[in-house]
Every structure is written in structure tokens, then in C-alpha cells.
Design a protein around this ligand. Structure first.
Ligand code: NAG
Ligand code: NAG
Ligand code: NAG
Ligand code: NAG
Ligand code: NAG
Ligand code: NAG
Ligand code: NAG
Ligand code: NAG
Ligand code: NAG
Length: 744
């Protein structure tokens, strides 16, 4: 029994979280045939390609290896454009002077027929091919028996002298566009339009579906066989390929039984525009093969000289930046190095230095005085913000991963706090994207703080800097030389949970399981905050827009950095109730006493947003209809959960899971804080629900032994760094052991 249980559990832990992904091809696979690259998903042989439909035959012809698909030679395969170019056969229809009748010439004779069926990855490219007909009395057709499409190409001549090289508009030559979504087609000549009357001048007519860019009409094509001869009877045709067994990207991502082909990190899925299906592409700043694990690699943009010729280029992961020589400043708009006005003044001063020596001396004196003043102000800020204390601690705590940045460094990193770098604005500051040592960072300029708060700044920042949890945004450092402190965080690129739920193409793209996982991770983060210190660190402004998402869409709780700026004594509570409407703990509003249960309440609202897909507060509607929590609680009371659930989860997820989640939300939203569960309990319950949603069949095993077996796993997921915790050790900065660190 014990063994069975353990087996069941390890199954759960090992099972993949998302849709299954295609198995990678062996590295032994041949990736070239002759001079042609055969990138995956295509491959030579069944086990080297995504599926049988993507196989290529590599055969020897005239002593050279050439790739073939059926009868058609492959010229090249493009991953970025999702195209494959092949050689199509030219159809000829000629007057035979000895039999005095028309006859078809060429490999395919009278008509060429391609039948591949809708499951083929290939579709004729409507954008790049044209049905091309050459002759003086030629009527050729192209048709698709499956869709009923029929097109005609007609070429006639009035006066042979009228024909012009490069002109293909009906005289001696015609080009017809074709529609998209074509996989079967047939090309042939009409026997009515024969050249018996004019054979002395034009004996043969030609028809072929070919790449338009590869064709240029030549007058000699009319009275010779040059068109056929120069191409040796074949002409290139372009196909768009895609993975066709699912309709679109969103379906592919959700399909639990299918295989999602976009394996590489930094890749994205692109819907096919030529019939159903999808392709993969590396995201901006990356190149390579998105269909392979880690196939997309960073583009070294500097190879393409994106910077001014007199500047310097620096490649970083996903992007690049430009800089200029000393004395010049990089101007982004014009992509030039412009003279730095400061530098010009310096040069001018140098040139006229001797002449105005005395004046300069006076200026210089004044400058020194001013600089001293400035330095003094900076140092004062540094001291006020607890910088000295911080330095002391840093000296004693070896290996503290916390940096005190200089103002100059941050100005350089953020382009002087350029507006284009703004990531977000909030009540307590503005966040900019910056780049330091090739690492993207998020720089937060806080709103003004008062004197008393400044004093505790350094000490409290130290605590936050030591929090190291995968679901909490890492504080990398700060800058203390300024009046308002600047905080530096790790950069989290993928927006917020709010955008995921309420954004433009919200719930469509994201599965309910993913939302559940993000909620669970956020709960783990908050649980860690609550348990890290005593008294607990309270976030105080838990909401979906404070849950950031990293590269892998893992949740990172953010914005507790502002906690240190929030008031921490009782008089101020009365005047400053902080938080966001719709998420506020009703008990907190009455008592003005923020507790960890206030975070639990707010987290309950997040669960509601996930369940209902609605905003926590609506501006329209009657008083009781405005707040999501009251709508939800009354729906629960009437036992009418269905009415509030977001439509697309209703059918897909088990009612048991949804009810479990709703019950959890209800407990979190209890009016009385003491009745709400602890964050740890919320996280454990979410963990249980996740397992339930993934593998309903092992539910019984789990329920029997979940508590004991899973309990250990959830705490080992993060590192706790307790040494160096500075509680109340400093003489000049005593800390009230009862006070908490609040967020807003
Ligand atoms: C392809 O792989 C399958 C399963 O791994 C194996 O049975 C089969 O023999 C392989 N085929 C070739 C042609 O290598
Ligand atoms: C490869 O060649 C084999 C044997 O001639 C043939 O059955 C198969 O259809 C060919 N496959 C492709 C993709 O051309
Ligand atoms: C893939 O990305 C490149 C560069 O961003 C773009 O030119 C190309 O059209 C994209 N391909 C597809 C199939 O979307
Ligand atoms: C075109 O050229 C190919 C190869 O040279 C030849 O087999 C075919 O008969 C030619 N067709 C016409 C219509 O001349
Ligand atoms: C014309 O037809 C005859 C008899 O079928 C054949 O032998 C000859 O090669 C043909 N001529 C041309 C130019 O195709
Ligand atoms: C070609 O056209 C002539 C009349 O212009 C007709 O007599 C002859 O039968 C036609 N030949 C074929 C093969 O259709
Ligand atoms: C095309 O479709 C028609 C009617 O469905 C059928 O009679 C004809 O045989 C088909 N032609 C080919 C080449 O499949
Ligand atoms: C083809 O026609 C052009 C004039 O249109 C003439 O100059 C040329 O000699 C002709 N070539 C042949 C092989 O008849
Ligand atoms: C899921 O993928 C499988 C295999 O790729 C496919 O047969 C099935 O139709 C897909 N389901 C949906 C809903 O597209």
C-alpha cells in the first residue's frame, strides 16, 4: 500500500504541467542534402522530422545529392518565412509539323495534377506565385477539383513586333494570381486554342504555376523553345507550410492530447494566414530554430551596425544599446552621436583658457564651493536614508547581494529617466526600465517621503534585500544620494496577472491551469513574506496588477518595496488608509489595523477575478452590483455559482475544482479576519487543487496522504536567509520589535 501511494505521488510530481511537447529529433539526423539545409520540423527520414508529412527524400541524381518531395526537387526551406521552394514542371503544347496536329510535350504530358489533401502541411503561396502562360494562341487553365476553383491564363499576339521584353500583360504572355488555401491543383491546355494557323511564327505554348519574382518575359520565348530550355523544363514554385493538425495557436496551446511544436524559449506561435494551422517564430531579438529546445538564440545586433559609425555598439540578451565617445552624447531619435554641450563648453574654455585665465580661476573657485555644497547635500541624503548603517551591515555580512548604486549610474542606465523607459506609474512612484552591465533592471523612483520615514529606510531595505524567494521580485539595490530614494529591482518582462486576466486577448490565450498555477505561486510568495519575520511583513496592497510574470510566466509578487515608505505608527494610521478599492479588507477599514489577514482578504479577491474574469470593482451598476466580492458572496449564498463563473472555464474544468476554488475564495473573504485561513493554508489548498485539476484519477491517493507527503515539499522550494537579520541591533536606529513592514 505504501509503495502504491508513493508511486501515485511521484506520477503526479513528474507529470508535465502543460500540453505535451513534441519529442526532439536525434542529433544524428542528417540536416543537409546536397547544398540544401533541411531544418526541423522537416527532416530526412521519419524519425528526423516532426511527422511523416514533413519528410524529405534525399536522392542521388547525376551524381549529386538532391532533396525531393515526391517528384518535385526542393530548392530551399525557410523557417522565418515558413516557406518551401520546389521545382514545378513546365507544361508544353506544341504543333507537330510532321503529324500536323497539336501534342503535349514534357514529363507530365497533357496536364499536371497535384493531389495532396488538406492534411498536407503545404499550401500554394498566393502571395508569391502566379499562373504564367506563354504563347500566341494559348488558353490554359488551373483548377482545384476540391474547392471548385478555376482560373484561366490567355496569351495572344496581334503583331509580333508589338511584344516587349519584361512586359507580361496578355500579349504573348499572361500572369494570373491564384487564391489561397490551395493544396490540390491541375494545370492543362485547352485543345481549342491551337497554334496550327501560326506555327511558323509560334509553335509552342507553355503554362506553369511559378514564383512570380523568378519570371521575366523575353520576346524570344515566343518563336523558340528558350523558356523551356533555359529552365530545363522546370520552374520554381513557392509553398507556405504550417502545422495543420490544429486550427490556431490558442487551440494548439490548450490541446492536452496534441503536441505543441514551439519548443524553444523565446519563441512565439504565429497563426497561419494561408489556411488553418500555426507556425513558430523566435521572438524579437532572437534567431534560430523555434521548433527545437533552446533553438532560439540571441541575435548579435551589433553585427548589423545599428549604431552611428563613430559610436559603440553593445550587444545584450534580446537587444542592444549604443554609446558614444567621451564628449559626445547618443541621440536615439536621429541615431547619431551629437556633441555634448557640456563638452563643447569645456573645449571652448580650453581654447580661450589663457586669455580668460583669471575669470576661469574665479569660476573655478565658485564651482568648487558649489560642488562641495552639492556633495554635502548628497551625503546628507545618504546619511538620512540610513546609508551609513547599510554600509556597516554590508561590510559585516559578506556576500550580501545588494548594491548601492550611484545616481550617475542610474541616470546612465535609464537614459536620464527618459519617458520612453517608463514601465509603469503608481501612487507611490514611477518605474523605469534600465540596463546595467548588460542586465535589464527595473528602477523605481519613489514618491516623496517624510523625515521620519527616511530614517528607517536603510534598515528596512536591508531586510527586504535579504528576502530571496522565487515568487517575490528581488530587490537588487538602491540609490541613496537623492532626496527621494530610488529602488532597483530585477526586471520582470511579461507584464502582470491583471493584464493576463483583463487584457486585450485575455482568457482566450491562457489556460485555467496556468492561472491556477500563478495564483498558487503568488500565494507561496505572500506566505513567505508573512512567515519570514516576526512580526510579519505585510504586503498591504495585494492585487492582480502587483503580481508580475517572468519569462516563464511564473508569478512574482511585487510592490512591497513601497512598504517601507508606509506609515508604521498608530497616529498616522488614522489618517492614511492605504490600498486599492475593491481589494480592501473591510475590517482594516474599520480598525485601521493592517494584519496578515488583510492580505488574505485581498488574495481572495484575486481568486474571484480568476474565477469570474471580472474586475474587482465595476463603476456601473447598483451599489450591491459594483463590488465583485458582494456579487460573488450573494451568488454563493443562493448556491448559484454558475452565474458568476467566466464562461470558458465552465465546461472545461471539473465542477469539483471550481467549487473548491470558490469555497477557498469565500473563506478568504470572511468579514472577520480571525476566521480567514492563514496564507500558508491558502497556498496548500491551491496546491491541492492544482494537483486535482491535473490528475483527477489520483485524487484518492492524494487525499489520503497529501498532508504528510506534500507538506515537506512546499517549504523546500525557497531559500531562507536568516543570518544578518538586523532586528534591533543598531544603537542609533532602534527598531520597535512590534512594528511591521507594510506595503501599499
Ligand atoms: C523510428 O523510431 C521508432 C521508435 O523510436 C523506431 O521503432 C523505428 O525503428 C525508427 N525508425 C527508423 C527508420 O529509424
Ligand atoms: C520518398 O521515397 C519513397 C520511395 O521512393 C516514397 O515512397 C516516398 O513517398 C517519398 N517521400 C517523399 C516525401 O518524397
Ligand atoms: C518571424 O519573425 C521575423 C522577424 O521578426 C519576421 O520577418 C517573419 O515574418 C516572422 N515569420 C512569421 C512566419 O511570422
Ligand atoms: C522542356 O525541356 C525538358 C528538358 O529539357 C524536355 O524534356 C521537354 O520535352 C521540354 N518541353 C518542351 C515543351 O519543349
Ligand atoms: C512529331 O510526331 C512524330 C510522330 O509522332 C514524332 O516522331 C516527332 O518526334 C514529333 N516531332 C516533334 C518536333 O515533336
Ligand atoms: C487546330 O485548329 C484547326 C483550325 O484552326 C483545326 O482544324 C484542328 O483540328 C485543330 N487541331 C487540334 C489538335 O485541335
Ligand atoms: C474532378 O471532379 C469531377 C466531379 O467531381 C470528377 O468527375 C472528375 O473526375 C474529377 N477530376 C479529377 C482529375 O479528379
Ligand atoms: C524570332 O523573332 C524575332 C523577331 O520577333 C527575330 O528577330 C528572330 O530571328 C526570330 N527567331 C527565330 C529563331 O525565328
Ligand atoms: C489536438 O491535437 C491532436 C493531435 O495533434 C488532434 O488530432 C486534435 O484534433 C487536436 N484537438 C483540437 C481540439 O484541435
Amino acid at each position: 500500500m505504501q509503495v502504491l501511494l508513493q508511486l501515485g505521488l511521484s506520477l503526479v510530481l513528474l507529470a508535465p504541467q502543460y500540453t505535451t511537447t513534441a519529442a526532439a529529433p536525434s542529433s544524428q539526423c542528417q540536416r543537409q542534402c546536397g547544398n540544401v539545409d533541411i531544418p526541423y520540423p522537416f527532416g530526412i527520414g521519419v524519425n528526423c522530422s516532426l511527422s511523416k508529412r514533413f519528410t524529405i527524400n534525399c536522392t542521388v541524381q547525376d551524381g549529386i545529392h538532391k532533396p525531393f518531395r515526391g517528384d518535385f526537387e526542393v530548392l530551399d526551406i525557410s523557417l522565418t518565412h515558413a516557406t518551401i521552394r520546389m521545382l514545378n514542371y513546365i507544361l508544353g503544347f506544341c504543333y507537330n509539323t510532321s503529324t500536323r496536329s497539336m501534342e503535349s510535350v514534357g514529363r507530365y504530358g497533357r496536364r499536371i495534377q497535384i493531389r495532396s489533401g488538406p492534411s498536407s502541411p503545404l499550401r500554394l503561396s498566393d502571395a508569391r506565385n502566379k499562373f504564367t502562360v506563354i504563347g500566341c494562341n494559348a488558353l490554359a487553365f488551373i483548377s482545384d477539383n476540391d474547392t471548385g476553383y478555376q482560373g484561366l491564363g490567355v496569351a495572344t499576339c496581334r503583331d509580333p513586333l508589338e511584344l516587349v521584353d519584361g512586359s507580361c500583360s496578355g500579349m504573348g504572355c499572361s500572369q494570373t494570381t491564384i487564391p489561397n488555401k490551395i493544396y490540390n491543383y491541375e494545370v492543362g491546355f485547352s485543345t481549342f486554342a491551337n497554334t496550327s494557323r501560326i506555327w511558323r511564327f509560334n509553335r509552342c505554348s507553355y503554362a506553369v504555376l511559378m514564383e512570380a519574382a523568378e519570371f521575366k518575359f523575353d520576346v524570344s520565348y515566343i518563336n523558340t523553345t528558350k523558356f523551356n530550355d533555359t529552365n530545363a523544363g522546370r520552374a520554381p514554385v513557392v509553398y507556405d507550410w504550417a502545422i495543420r493538425d490544429v486550427v490556431r495557436c490558442d487551440v494548439a496551446r490548450r490541446n492536452k492530447t496534441g503536441t505543441y511544436a514551439c519548443l524553444s524559449s523565446n519563441s512565439k506561435c504565429v497563426d497561419s494566414t494561408n489556411d488553418q494551422g500555426y507556425m513558430c517564430n523566435c521572438t524579437h531579438g532572437y534567431e534560430g530554430n523555434p521548433y527545437l529546445q533552446d533553438g532560439c538564440t540571441d541575435v548579435n545586433e551589433c553585427n548589423y551596425n545599428p549604431c552611428p559609425s563613430d559610436g559603440f555598439c553593445h550587444n545584450i540578451i534580446g537587444e542592444h544599446w549604443c554609446s558614444c565617445r567621451v564628449g559626445k552624447r547618443y541621440v536615439k531619435q536621429s541615431n547619431t552621436c551629437n556633441p555634448d554641450t557640456g563638452f563643447i563648453i569645456g573645449v571652448t574654455m580650453g581654447l580661450f583658457g589663457l586669455m580668460v585665465f583669471i575669470v576661469i580661476t574665479i569660476f573655478w573657485g565658485q564651482l568648487i564651493i558649489q560642488k562641495r555644497k552639492l556633495n554635502k547635500v548628497k551625503q546628507e541624503y545618504f546619511r538620512q536614508h540610513g546609508g551609513l548603517l547599510l554600509f556597516d551591515r554590508m561590510k559585516s555580512d559578506k556576500g550580501l547581494a545588494f548594491t548601492v548604486y550611484s545616481l550617475a549610474e542610474l541616470i546612465h542606465a535609464t537614459d536620464n529617466f527618459d519617458n520612453s523607459r517608463i514601465l509603469g506609474k503608481g501612487g507611490h512612484g514611477t518605474v523605469y526600465k534600465g540596463i546595467i552591465k548588460n542586465m535589464p533592471i527595473a528602477v523605481k523612483r519613489c514618491a516623496l517621503v517624510d523625515d521620519r520615514q527616511k530614517k528607517e529606510f536603510g534598515q528596512e531595505m536591508l531586510i527586504l534585500s535579504q528576502i530571496n524567494h522565487k515568487n517575490i521580485v528581488k530587490l537588487l539595490g538602491c540609490c541613496l544620494e537623492v532626496e527621494v530614494p530610488i529602488l532597483v529591482y530585477e526586471f520582470v518582462p511579461h507584464g502582470t496577472l491583471f493584464e493576463l486576466i483583463h487584457g486585450k486577448n485575455h482568457a482566450l490565450q491562457i489556460s485555467f491551469n496556468t492561472l491556477l498555477r500563478i495564483a498558487h505561486e503568488a500565494a507561496e510568495g505572500l506566505c513567505f513574506l508573512h512567515s519570514y519575520a516576526s512580526p510579519p511583513i505585510i504586503h498591504g496592497d495585494v492585487k492582480t496588477s502587483n503580481i508580475l510574470l517572468d519569462d516563464n510566466y511564473m508569478a512574482k509578487v511585487s510592490d512591497f518595496g513601497a512598504s517601507i515608505l508606509a506609515p508604521s505608527d498608530k497616529e498616522q494610521f488614522v489618517t492614511m488608509v492605504q490600498g486599492t478599492c475593491g481589494y480592501l479588507d473591510p475590517e482594516y477599514m474599520q480598525t485601521c489595523q493592517l494584519t496578515e489577514k488583510s492580505d488574505v482578504y485581498s488574495f481572495g479577491v484575486i481568486l474571484l477575478e480568476i474565477l469570474t474574469g471580472q474586475l474587482p470593482l465595476k463603476l456601473k451598476g447598483s451599489e450591491t452590483q459594483r463590488s465583485l466580492s458582494s456579487i460573488f458572496l450573494s451568488a454563493m449564498k443562493e448556491n448559484n455559482l454558475d452565474a458568476v463563473l467566466v464562461s470558458h472555464v465552465k465546461g472545461e474544468e471539473s465542477m469539483e475544482l471550481l467549487r473548491g476554488l470558490a469555497d477557498l475564495a469565500k473563506k478568504c473573504l470572511d468579514m472577520c479576519g480571525d476566521n480567514r485561513p492563514f496564507m500558508k493554508e491558502v497556498a496548500d489548498e491551491l496546491n491541492r487543487l492544482r494537483k486535482l485539476s491535473m490528475h483527477p484519477w489520483v485524487r484518492i491517493d492524494l487525499e489520503m496522504d497529501a498532508e504528510s507527503l506534500l507538506g515537506g515539499e512546499s517549504t523546500s522550494g525557497y531559500e531562507i536567509e536568516l543570518n544578518g537579520y538586523p532586528m534591533g541591533e543598531s544603537e542609533n536606529q532602534p527598531i520597535n520589535p512590534r512594528s511591521s513592514y507594510y506595503a501599499r
